[in-house]
Design a protein around this ligand. Structure first.
Ligand SMILES: [Ca+2]
Length: 517
C-alpha cells in the first residue's frame, strides 16, 4: 500500500508541475500500475489444483519410462515427459493380506505403517493405532484440503481402504469397477472425474480442487476390453490357459516356476486363487495374465488421457499438479510369485510421476519416497501447513530439483500371514530381505546389490531350464549375496540397519536372530 499512497500523491502534484516534470512523472504511472497489478494478482492467485491418480496393484515395470517396451501408455508417457519421474518410490508395507488397506491409509493420513489410525469398525480391534484416531482423521487429505478452501472430489474402488477419511471428500463417487465396459470398467471412474469437471457447480466455483482419481484396475480379475485383449494376445478366463499365444507379452526376466521357499502366508488368495492363474506359473498362464494386465493398463491410460484433455478444456491444466502412482506393485509371475505380498522391487516399489507448476519437464530423481509422503508433499506444493500428525516428508524439494532424495534408508514389511513375516531395508545400492515364517520352518536372508543386480536374480534364475525359457543368463554376481563370505561385513551392516529401522518405526515383531528389543 505504500506504493499506492506515494503514487496517488504524485498524481495530485501533476497539476503544479512544468511540462518536463509532468512527462517524467507520467512515465512512472504505468510502471507503478504494472507493479501494483502484479502484486494484486499475486495476492489473489488461486491455489494450485491437485489431481491425484492412484491405480490398484500396478508395478512400475508395466510402464515404458520404467523400462517396459510393450504396454502402450501414450498419455502416461506424455505426462511423465512433462514432469518428473521418481525411480525409488515405495509403499511401506502391510500387516495383512489386503495390502491395499494399510497402503491407502498411509496415503490418506501420512502415517507410517505401525502408527495407522483405526480404519472403521471392522479394523478397530485388531489394528488400533498408537495415536488417537480422531485427531489423525481430522488431518487426512480430504479434511486438510476441505478446510484450506478446496473443493474435494473422489472416485475409487470400494473397500480395503480408510473409509472414515474417504467419506470426508465433498463429493464421493466410489464403486469397484473391474469390468471392461462403460459402466463397470475404468471408463466409469474416468467419466466420474470428467463429469465433475464439467459440472455447473464446479464451473461456477472459485475454489481450487483436489481430485482423488482412483481406479479399480489393473487389480485382478484383469477383465480386459476385447480389442485390447486381442492386441496383447490374451483372453479373459477363470481357469489357467494351456496354450501360449505368440502375441502375448514374453515371460518376465525374473520368472521362476515357483518361489525357492514358502512365502509364509498359507492359503493366500493372491498366490493360489486368482481366476485364470490359481497355482499355475506356466508360460501360458503368466503370459496370458500379463496380456490381461497390459490391456487393463492401456484402458486406464485412455481414461487418464480423457481427464487431462478435460483439464485443458476447462483451462485448469496449467494450474494443476498431477501425481500418478499405485497403492503398491505386484509380481505377476516374477520370482515364481503372482501376488503383492512380497518385498522384491517389482512389488515393493510403486510408479511415481508428478507434473505441474514449477516442476521441470523431462526430469528424473531417485526420491527415496514413500506413499505416505503424498500428504505432506501436496500440502507443501499448495502452501498449506503440514499437519503435526503427519510422519512422512515433503517430496517437493526433490520434485523441484533441489534434492535427489528425502531420506537415505527405506524400510518395508509384509506380515499378513505367519509372523513375524518378511522385512526389508535398503540403503544406497544395498538391500536386505529377511523371512521368518511358518513357525520357524522358513528362516531366510537375502542380500542384493541393486546396482549390479537390479532384478534381484536368485541362484534359481541361473538354472539351464529357466535360462532356456527366458532367454536371459544372469551374470555370476547377479544373485543373492547373503551367503558370500566377502559380503559378510555388508550383511552385518544391513542387519543392524534393519533392526534400527524396526525399532525406530515401532515394528512390534522381531526375527529369530534379533536378540535385542
Ligand atoms: Ca491394491
Amino acid at each position: 500500500m505504500q506504493y499506492l499512497d506515494c503514487n496517488l500523491a504524485f498524481l495530485q502534484d501533476l497539476s503544479d508541475m512544468s511540462l518536463h516534470q509532468k512527462v517524467l512523472q507520467l512515465i512512472h504511472v504505468p510502471i507503478f500500475l504494472f507493479f501494483f497489478g502484479s502484486l494484486l494478482s499475486l495476492s489473489i492467485a488461486k491455489k494450485p489444483n491437485i489431481l491425484l491418480i492412484v491405480t490398484d496393484d500396478q508395478s512400475p515395470l508395466t510402464l515404458s519410462f520404467y523400462g517396459n517396451k510393450l504396454c502402450h501408455t501414450p498419455n502416461l508417457d506424455k505426462l511423465a515427459a512433462s514432469g518428473i519421474i521418481l525411480d525409488q518410490a515405495y509403499h511401506m508395507g502391510s500387516m495383512r493380506g489386503a495390502v491395499c488397506s494399510p497402503s491407502r491409509t498411509m496415503i490418506m493420513s501420512g502415517r507410517t505403517l505401525w502408527h495407522l489410525p483405526p480404519r472403521g469398525k471392522k479394523h478397530r480391534k485388531i489394528e488400533e493405532g498408537i495415536t488417537e484416531g480422531k485427531n489423525i482423521l481430522r488431518n487426512t487429505i480430504p479434511a486438510v484440503f476441505n478446510r484450506s478452501g478446496y473443493d474435494t472430489f473422489r472416485t475409487c474402488k470400494k473397500g480395503n481402504s480408510y473409509d472414515l477419511a474417504n467419506n470426508l471428500f465433498t463429493t464421493v463417487r466410489d464403486k469397484t469397477s473391474r469390468g471392461a465396459g462403460e459402466e463397470n470398467g475404468s471408463q466409469w471412474h474416468g467419466r466420474q472425474v470428467i463429469e465433475y469437471l464439467q459440472s455447473p457447480e464446479r464451473s461456477k466455483s472459485e475454489k481450487p480442487f483436489l481430485i482423488y482419481f482412483g481406479l479399480s484396475h489393473p487389480h485382478d480379475d484383469r477383465v480386459g476390453r476385447a480389442d485390447l485383449l486381442k492386441k496383447y494376445g490374451a483372453v479373459n478366463l477363470k481357469k489357467p490357459p494351456t496354450k501360449v499365444d505368440p502375441k502375448a507379452p514374453p515371460l518376465p526376466k525374473t520368472w521362476l516356476p515357483e518361489h525357492p521357499f514358502h512365502h509364509g502366508h498359507p492359503g493366500l488368495r493372491d498366490e493360489c486363487n486368482v481366476p485364470g492363474v490359481l497355482t499355475s506359473r506356466t508360460e501360458a498362464t503368466i503370459r496370458n495374465e500379463l496380456g490381461r494386465e497390459y490391456a487393463c493398463i492401456e484402458n486406464i491410460d485412455e481414461e487418464i488421457g480423457g481427464v487431462i484433455e478435460q483439464l485443458k478444456k476447462s483451462g485448469e491444466y496449467e494450474n494443476t499438479y498431477i501425481i500418478f502412482t499405485a497403492d503398491h506393485g505386484i509380481s505377476v509371475g516374477r520370482h515364481g510369485l503372482v501376488g503383492k505380498q512380497n518385498l522384491y522391487e517389482h512389488t515393493w516399489r510403486v510408479p511415481f510421476i508428478v507434473a505441474g507448476p514449477g516442476i521441470r519437464a523431462g526430469t528424473r530423481a531417485k526420491g527415496n519416497g514413500y506413499l505416505l509422503d503424498i500428504l505432506p508433499t501436496i500440502c507443501d506444493l499448495a502452501e498449506i501447513e503440514i499437519p503435526r500428525t503427519v510422519q512422512g516428508k515433503s517430496l517437493a524439494p526433490v520434485l523441484k530439483g533441489e534434492k535427489e532424495v528425502v531420506r537415505d534408508v527405506l524400510y518395508g514389511a509384509y506380515c499378513g500371514g505367519t509372523k513375524p513375516g518378511m522385512r526389508c531395508v535398503r540403503k544406497g545400492d544395498w538391500k536386505l530381505i529377511k523371512y521368518d515364517v511358518l513357525d520357524g520352518k522358513v528362516r531366510e536372508t537375502q542380500l542384493f546389490n541393486l546396482a549390479e543386480n537390479p532384478n534381484e536374480f536368485l541362484l534359481e534364475h541361473q538354472e539351464d531350464s529357466v535360462i532356456k525359457l527366458i532367454g536371459n543368463k544372469p551374470s555370476e554376481q547377479q544373485k543373492d549375496l547373503a551367503e558370500s563370505p566377502q559380503y559378510s561385513t555388508k550383511l552385518a551392516e544391513m542387519e543392524a540397519l534393519l533392526l534400527s529401522e524396526m525399532r525406530r518405526l515401532k515394528d512390534p515383531h522381531r526375527f529369530w536372530d534379533q536378540k535385542e528389543n
